[in-house]
Design a protein around this ligand. Structure first.
Ligand SMILES: *[C@@H]1O[C@H](CO)[C@@H](O)[C@H](O)[C@H]1NC(C)=O
Ligand SMILES: *[C@@H]1O[C@H](CO)[C@@H](O)[C@H](O)[C@H]1NC(C)=O
Length: 247
């Protein structure tokens, strides 16, 4: 792994212009220059993890989301209501952009970024009730849900919005598509602290993490997608779209 300063030597101009010109003139990349945009995203998530008010970037590591509600109804193998509150998402500042599509001159197209990271962890309070495969599950307490080697494919479509004669990008059709090598769950205090039942369910969901993950894909996309959409929305709210790019 190169250090950030070594990377800066390699892409000297980009880093120099970022350092010198953010926030007054955030135009480090040409439209659609995916290599440059990748490096820009890496710079922002890794170096600006505490946020950057000059471009409306919220803190991303730790990321403190609003309460997250995951609801899976129907008659599938996983039916539950799961709430995360007072939670923190840790590890996003280790994300590396692997692929960038879009961000061209025409904002009204599909934009996509694929981020990989070693781990991402959600810690906080949970409340759960429902059924996971064969088990009825109920409880509230603290939890740690960790994804190992996840990849987040984030995609959205831009829609132009005119404000004071300038064109801003609004986000629509936002999707968060996660893949991961593993999910490690730890739910403390399930069933009011009944240790035998709690340990059984924790063991079961960890052994069957893949099935649980696949069952919860759609509500996961919806709930966590909203968290990520908000971050990106805020950035593109700050300046007209054209302000972010060179011709
Ligand atoms: C989830 O909550 C809704 C609304 O309170 C309720 O109607 C539904 O039965 C709950 N589902 C489960 C699986 O507990
Ligand atoms: C969460 O769980 C992971 C995997 O077991 C562990 O490595 C990590 O230290 C835990 N994080 C916190 C904040 O408890």
């Amino acid at each position: 792994m190169l250090t950030f300063s070594a990377k800066c030597l390699l892409i000297g101009l980009l880093c120099a212009s970022l350092k010198a010109e953010f926030p007054n003139d955030p135009k480090p990349c040409n439209y659609g220059d995916s290599e440059c945009i990748k490096k820009l995203f890496n710079y922002l998530v890794q170096e600006k993890k505490e946020g950057d008010s000059s471009i409306n970037l919220l803190p991303i590591d730790p990321l403190i989301p609003e309460d997250i509600y995951i609801t899976q109804g129907g008659d599938g193998p996983v039916q539950l209501n799961l709430t995360f509150s007072n939670s923190q998402i840790l590890g996003l500042s280790k994300a590396v952009a692997k692929e960038v599509i879009g961000f061209g001159k025409d904002l009204a197209t599909k934009h996509e970024v694929i981020f990989k990271m070693p781990r991402v962890t959600l810690v906080g309070n949970y409340a759960i009730s429902g059924k996971i495969l064969i088990f009825p599950v109920q409880g509230e307490g603290t939890c740690n849900v960790t994804m190992v080697d996840p990849e987040f494919r984030i995609s959205f479509k831009g829609i132009p919005e005119e404000k004071d004669g300038n064109t801003f990008m609004k986000l629509t059709n936002f999707r968060l598509h996660p893949e991961t090598k593993r999910v490690i769950y730890q739910f403390d205090n399930l069933f009011n602290g009944d240790k035998v039942l709690g340990d059984t369910v924790n063991k079961f969901v960890n052994e069957n993490w893949k099935e649980v993950f696949d069952e919860l894909r759609v509500p996961f996309d919806k709930s966590f997608g909203a968290v990520f959409k908000h971050i990106i929305d805020e950035v593109f709210n700050k300046y007209p779209y054209a302000k972010y790019f060179n011709e």
